[in-house]
Design a protein around this ligand. Structure first.
Ligand SMILES: [Zn+2]
Length: 231
């Protein structure tokens, strides 16, 4: 087997290795993406909890107002007991009635707000259930990704082993050049077709193109520097 043929086997394995490595690198980002899918459910739950808090605060406020009005009525009733004239007594009775009317309105309002609290409670319950369902779903997907990562890693280990074997018999000179190009210009070894470099697709000078037909002669592309070979 020529050096070029041997390097082509290594390159084939390296192609797999690169794909496996890329896929492995993508997995943490994909897991992160999965967690982002919780955002809608989390936002809905926060909104429901805020609605509940707002409604509870509104109840407190209304209760406070009712209490204040009740105290006003108590005071007015005390005043009534000290009053001598009928007219003044009546005036206070009217005033008390106005306040009582206000209290009734406030009590109606309190009922409305209580319904809101109840609705928010239901919304929170539903929101929690939706969040939990999504979390379970994501857990399954994440576990699948972990499994996939483990498989990729196993295949990668295998490929690395195969690579070690494939490296056998390749001279230092060829290997060094291959390794130098591997990081920067994958694939390092490209076929010449009709005098065109298979890496950068530039037209090679006829002499260069011609030399690539010679066995085990290291020829580099004048443009991209990749190692060239012809069938
Ligand atoms: Zn080239």
């Amino acid at each position: 087997m020529s050096q070029i043929q041997k390097l082509l086997s290594v390159q084939e394995i390296d192609t797999d290795i690169r794909e496996l490595e890329k896929e492995l690198q993508d997995i943490p980002a994909r897991k992160k993406e999965e967690l982002k899918r919780l955002a809608d459910e989390q936002a809905e739950l926060v909104a429901a909890e805020e609605a509940q808090k707002a409604a509870q605060a509104a109840i407190k406020q209304v209760e406070l107002e009712i209490e204040t009005h009740k105290q006003q009525i108590t005071k007015l009733r005390q005043q009534q007991m000290e009053i001598k004239t009928n007219e003044a007594f009546k005036a206070l009775t009217n005033e008390i009635e106005v306040i009582q009317q206000k209290i009734r309105l406030q009590e109606d309002r309190e009922l409305e707000v209580m319904e809101k609290v109840e609705a928010a409670r239901e919304r929170i319950k539903a929101g929690k259930a939706a969040l939990e369902a999504k979390e379970r779903e994501i857990k399954v997907d994440t576990e699948r990704l972990d499994e996939r990562a483990a498989q990729m890693q196993a295949r990668l280990d295998q490929a690395q082993e195969k690579r070690q074997e494939a490296l056998e018999g390749i001279t230092e000179e060829w290997l060094q050049e291959y390794e130098r190009l591997r990081e920067r210009r994958f694939p390092p070894l490209v076929r010449v077709t009709d005098s065109i470099c298979g890496g950068c697709h530039m037209r090679l000078p006829p002499s260069v193109s011609h030399d690539t037909r010679k066995d085990d002669l290291m020829i580099s592309c004048n443009f991209c520097g990749r190692m060239l070979y012809s069938d």
